[in-house]
Design a protein around this ligand. Structure first.
Ligand code: BT5
Length: 318
């Protein structure tokens, strides 16, 4: 009922809607409309009530509520279903479970906070209030070894979203960091379930420090509000991000991944730079020269040979 009330309020374009009109349109009493208005106010909606005129929506809370994200979103695959939480352990874990239970491609899990936000390789992701913590279920036709392509899809989408929304100029540090200068603004965690050699589903997890207080984050982290000097709407950012992910994911699905790579090259913080890359087994050093069509980083070693790297941690040497 509350969603229907909001729809009516939003569609009336800031005009007033009388209690009588509400009760006629929604088939409930005026007293019940009043009660629902109260619960909407409790969530944070600013609803003005004027005698003889009715109700008017003055302000929407900047919370990652499913119906706010979906409002006029106009995506085809992504975010047809959104699970929204105030606090959850990890949106990636929740999305993984939903995917195992058969949730559709495009299903989104979002939270205002995470109590056990995950980074890669057992690391933690600090997830206090103010950030956007989002996981997306995808069901691509993909060999498990190609998963890094989807990390690139996410990274390009995040970097572009932040650029066009805020005018900030973040860059991508391969494979999964979005940086402003040397400071981390966003991390991406891509997980998958494979059956034999086929990917059953992929969980694309994205954590962005939007209006997060820096004192609550680890060293070398930054947030959009810190960089901008003011808060930015989490809802607007999330909506734009979902649209951007969809358009890049469609490029990927239509075998136009090269277009994603071209954008990635323009947004890279590491191409041309000397890097040290550590994975589970070893550390190599050389110059980052490209990303290939498979989504691997190509590094020119000091002995002149090129190596393709699919995963690892990068340190910029100079
Ligand atoms: C990542 O791991 O960067 C992946 C982070 C993915 C988080 C999202 S949030 C939604 C979804 N649900 C989850 O549970 N996770 C995903 P990695 O490259 O391993 O980096 C982790 C390191 O980043 C930590 O060891 C810290 O040094 C640093 N870090 C932790 N929290 C941070 C934050 N909020 N901002 C910037 N840096 C952070």
């Amino acid at each position: 009922m509350e969603e229907e009330i909001l729809k009516v309020l939003k569609e009336s374009q800031n005009g007033y809607v009388s209690g009588e009109e509400f009760s006629k349109r929604l088939g409930v009493t005026r007293a019940s409309i009043w009660k629902h208005m109260e619960s909407l106010r409790n969530i944070g909606y600013d609803i003005e009530a004027q005698p003889h005129l009715g109700y008017r929506l003055v302000g929407v809370p900047d919370k990652l509520l499913a119906h706010e994200i979906m409002w006029n979103l106009e995506t085809k695959i992504i975010a047809k279903k959104i699970y929204s939480y105030e606090t959850i352990d990890s949106t990636n874990d929740r999305a993984y479970k939903l995917a195992e239970e058969g949730a559709e491609e495009g299903t989104v899990v979002v939270a205002e906070r995470q109590s056990k936000g995950k980074g890669r390789m057992g690391r933690r992701w600090s997830s206090p209030k103010g950030g956007v913590y989002l996981s997306l279920i995808l069901r691509p036709k993909l060999m498990p070894t190609e998963i890094s392509k989807l990390t690139l899809v996410a990274a390009v989408s995040v970097a572009q979203t932040i650029r066009s929304a805020t005018g900030l100029q973040p860059l991508i540090k391969w494979p999964n960091d979005i940086l402003i200068g040397r400071n981390k603004l966003c991390g991406i965690l891509t997980e998958l379930k494979a059956e034999q050699d086929l990917t059953a589903f992929v969980i694309l997890g994205i954590g962005i420090n939007v209006n997060t207080r820096i004192s609550l984050l680890p060293k070398n982290a930054t947030s959009i509000s810190k960089e901008l000097g003011r808060d930015y709407s989490k809802i607007d950012l999330t909506k734009l991000l979902l649209k951007n992910i969809e358009s890049h994911y469609i490029l990927f699905k239509e075998n136009k991944f090269k277009a994603v790579i071209d954008e990635w090259r323009n947004l890279s913080a590491i191409l041309g730079r000397r890097v040290k890359i550590t994975d589970k087994l070893r550390t190599i050093e050389g110059q980052a020269i490209d990303i290939d069509e498979g989504g691997a980083l190509v590094v020119r070693l000091d002995n002149g040979f090129n190596e393709r790297i699919l995963a690892g941690d990068v340190i910029l040497v100079r």
